[in-house]
Design a protein around this ligand. Sequence first.
Ligand code: ATP
Length: 372
Amino acid sequence: GPRDGDHASYEGLRLRAVTKEFATFTAVRELDLDVPRGSFFALLGPSGCGKTTTLRMVAGLETPTSGSITLAGADITHAKPYRRPVNTVFQSYALFPHLDIYENVAFGLRRRRTKDVDTQVRDMLDLVELGSQARKKPVQLSGGQQQRVALARALINKPEVLLLDEPLGALDLKLRRGMQIELKRIQTEVGLTFVHVTHDQEEAMTMADTVAVMNAGVIEQMGAPAQLYENPRSTFVANFLGQSNLIEGSVVRRDADLTTVDMHGIAVSVPTARTHTDGERGWIGIRPEKVLVGEPGESLDAPGNTIPGGVVTDVSFVGVSTQYLVRMPWGQELQVFSQNTGRSRLFATGEQVELSWRPEYAFLLDFSQDAS
Ligand code: ATP
């Protein structure tokens, strides 16, 4: 095919038209993926979307039904797992319980009769900030520390790619957040390629340079975290990464920069993104934190989109913000997250309000984007 010739020149990890079928069920469908060398890449998606299956094919624990996988220019589609320059860190750390931390990390090097074992192990333990714990047994460490030992044990083999399968899944929320920062720091220091599988959007966005959002065996969208968040291309991505208000509308007029959309009888502007034709119906998407709430007639964000006739139906104070539900004249309840700056006026349930947002914050999605 047209994309076959370029394998040898590519330094990173490359999947081409990779499909995995289990009996009659297709877990991964025609997947194309390029992971540049040295990047931190996240595969993000709900349970059952095919993330782990994809990772297992890269590790060699599953064989693709069709398609090819290349790493640093070599075709590894059918290579034995131990022949691949790949290491995996799983959610269950699988440390050797009878060996101390030092020996757990040294294990791979000793097996390969490497020189300088002591220097390498000490450097690695320092990297994961466990230098002082070297002589402890795994049971004497916390979950987060054990996870760092597992990481050190994988990193010391200097794999071309490190695969991480929900490695922080067993940790409590606070430890998890700390480890996300740690993992990112370590990845930057060692400069290896990390491929991280998670169903946690905040985790993926915190750590990765590039996020691929998977759904039902295919990649829905791939890009930098901010790019996915600001310009989701499907309602799935719009809702899986954060939250979105999705409001039905139909295109009235397309101009170079802005497209005018009729939203339940109100004309609103959205950035012109694709070739929307006049009369075409779709979703107007707007993030809750991009919506301003004000008193009727206040026109908070002129020259923005102003939507009158709202009634507050719920108010939740959550510290950094106040979260409102506002029922609109067409019956839909919209979410509004209002930053608590100390200057903003608070609204109560039952109050009449006007919503507004700047046109560039909204996005327009085709109904057909969600046909799959
Ligand atoms: P999770 O986050 O729950 O691990 P996932 O996105 O990693 O989900 P996979 O483990 O890749 O999903 O599974 C994708 C689909 O393939 C699921 O529906 C699963 O039931 C199915 N599947 C996975 N392995 C097998 C197998 N060996 N035989 C049959 N079906 C399988």
